[in-house]
Design a protein around this ligand. Structure first.
Ligand code: NAD
Length: 484
């Protein structure tokens, strides 16, 4: 252990504590791979403690009036609005390799998410329905599920975790959070803030550790009622299968290979600017990044030249320099995966438009490949790096077919000025969202975010999260003599 670093504990029942084994793991900064912190390495024993605290927290938190849950989440939003930079900015930059502009966006979005979730605390609407027996009334109540296990990824360690946590809490659930082992510091700071804002400590628990050692026992725990995972499709399949064995609810937001269609009437220069933002933001480590760009042939040459210019103008500097547009990938494994995708695609006949090299450290230069083999590799698999592949097509129908030529279906986008073409694409592309006149990476606290196909199961955001994290119960009452 590096004695100059203070170790960070788990949060169980609102209190920081070491793992029962005393074990720690290092959190590295992607920027220079230095050790940033050491964090408690939880296993099944710690998970058990966290889940039993959460069971107790559920009783306390769900008993509060909606206005009290709303007030606590609003206090959390106010704290982030007032102190977000001090509490979160350095962690976001250091542990996830975010540039300062992306870190600030996450903090601002966190405020929005907390305020939106706070409002949902009052919207656990039920229902009534007509009963053929005139002596009976039928009602439908909406109730919290209980304890929600939240397993989060590294790419937006604050805002994604906030989204996954705030809505279940608003509905009256308690949570056990298992953040990515790459980025536990933002999660610990956020959980501290929730407790400070007045959410009972037992309702907010964090177990830090690795997938197999800590995430798996949490997902399999007999006393949780729901698993929410944002992560890769491989992890999602694993967790989904376990959830079904115990008939637990699960909400899975998984990988993507989103397509951006650039139709023949688009302005090639503007389209290239939008396309570059949609793939290179946060070095392409965005589930909705438009990593497949499909261009109608009449525009191919002009668009390709403009995209090359956009990619080559991207500033890759100090993460705290506001001009820097993206930073390093999360770790060496991620870099190796992207570089292997590039090599395989070139070996299989793709052309390199630009990039294809490591810029410095774990930072890969913006890379665009032309006409990769569509049978596999970079066209079909998620690279999760600053790597786009670009293909030409001869019609709108062919462009839509290319967008649908994927096992994923998270997001898509279409650039056109023709409303009929835009809507035709929006209705025919099989993905959780389609954006016209924008790139594919869009977020909104009220939107139903989620995917078709291997991109996941369920939706999150606004009332859609409330639906995911509540159970419906039919209650009927006999007012007259029951007929039987
Ligand atoms: P990952 O699947 O490797 O890890 C996600 C989380 O799952 C981590 O906390 C990890 O420790 C945990 N985990 C891993 N194995 C586990 C197991 N067997 N049991 C329980 N937990 C386990 O994903 P990642 O690399 O951290 O994140 C990148 C992935 O997340 C990409 O595929 C990206 O597309 C996806 N993602 C999706 C969305 C979305 O909204 N659909 C948003 C962000 C990221």
């Amino acid at each position: 252990m590096n004695s100059s670093l203070q170790a960070q504990g788990l949060i169980i029942g609102g209190r920081r504590q070491p793992a029962h084994s005393g074990a720690l793991f290092d959190v590295l900064a992607p920027e220079d791979e230095r050790v940033l912190a050491q964090v408690a390495r939880a296993d099944a024993v710690d998970v058990d403690l966290a889940v039993s605290a959460a069971r107790n927290g559920f009783l306390q938190w769900s008993a509060l009036a909606p206005r009290e849950r709303e007030a606590a989440l609003l206090r959390a939003a106010d704290l982030v609005a007032a102190e977000g930079e001090t509490r979160f900015l350095d962690n976001l930059i250091d542990e996830s390799g975010s540039v300062i502009t992306k870190a600030r966006n996450e903090i601002a979005y966190t405020v929005d998410l907390l305020r939106t979730a706070a409002g949902e605390a009052r919207r656990l609407y039920g229902d009534t329905f007509p009963n053929d027996n005139p002596g009976r009334l039928s009602m439908v109540f909406r109730e919290p599920l209980g304890v929600v296990a939240i397993i989060s990824p590294y790419n937006a360690p604050l805002s994604l975790l906030v989204k996954m946590t705030a809505f279940p809490l608003a509905a009256g659930n308690a949570v056990v959070i298992k953040p990515s082992e790459e980025t536990p510091l933002s999660a610990l700071a956020f959980a501290d803030l929730l407790v400070e804002a007045g959410i009972p400590g037992d309702a907010v628990n964090v177990v830090t550790g690795f997938g197999a050692e800590c995430g798996a026992p949490l997902a399999a725990h007999a006393d949780i009622d729901c698993i929410a995972l944002t992560g890769s499709t491989a992890t999602g399949i694993n967790i989904g299968m376990q959830a079904m064995q115990r008939m637990r609810r699960c909400q899975l937001e998984l990988g993507g290979k989103s397509a951006l269609l650039v139709l023949r009437d688009a302005d090639p220069v503007k389209a290239a600017r939008i396309a570059a933002q949609g793939i290179f933001t946060h070095a392409g480590q965005i589930c909705m990044a438009n990593s497949r760009i499909v261009v109608e042939r009449p525009l191919f040459e002009a668009f390709t030249a403009a995209l090359k210019a956009e990619a080559e103008a991207i500033h890759l500097g100090d993460l705290r320099d506001e001009r820097s547009q993206y930073g390093p990938l999360i770790n060496r494994r991620a870099v190796d995966k992207v570089m292997a995708h590039i090599e395989q695609a070139l070996a299989a006949g793709a052309q390199l438009l630009t990039g294809g090299v490591i810029h410095h450290g774990l930072t890969i230069a913006p890379t665009v490949l032309l006409e990769p083999d569509r049978g596999g590799g970079v066209w079909r698999e998620e690279s999760f790096g600053p790597l786009a592949c670009l293909v030409a097509v001869d019609s709108l129908e062919e462009a839509i077919a290319a967008a649908n030529d994927s096992d994923y279906g998270l997001s898509a986008a279409v650039l056109t000025n023709n409303i009929q073409w835009g809507f035709k694409a929006a209705r025919e592309i099989r993905s959780g969202s389609v954006h016209i006149g924008m790139h594919a990476f869009q977020s909104n606290a009220l939107a139903p975010i989620g995917g078709y196909k291997l991109s996941g199961v369920g939706r999150s955001g606004g009332k859609y999260s409330t639906e995911e994290f509540t159970e419906l119960k039919w209650v009927s009452v006999a007012l007259a003599d029951p007929a039987g």
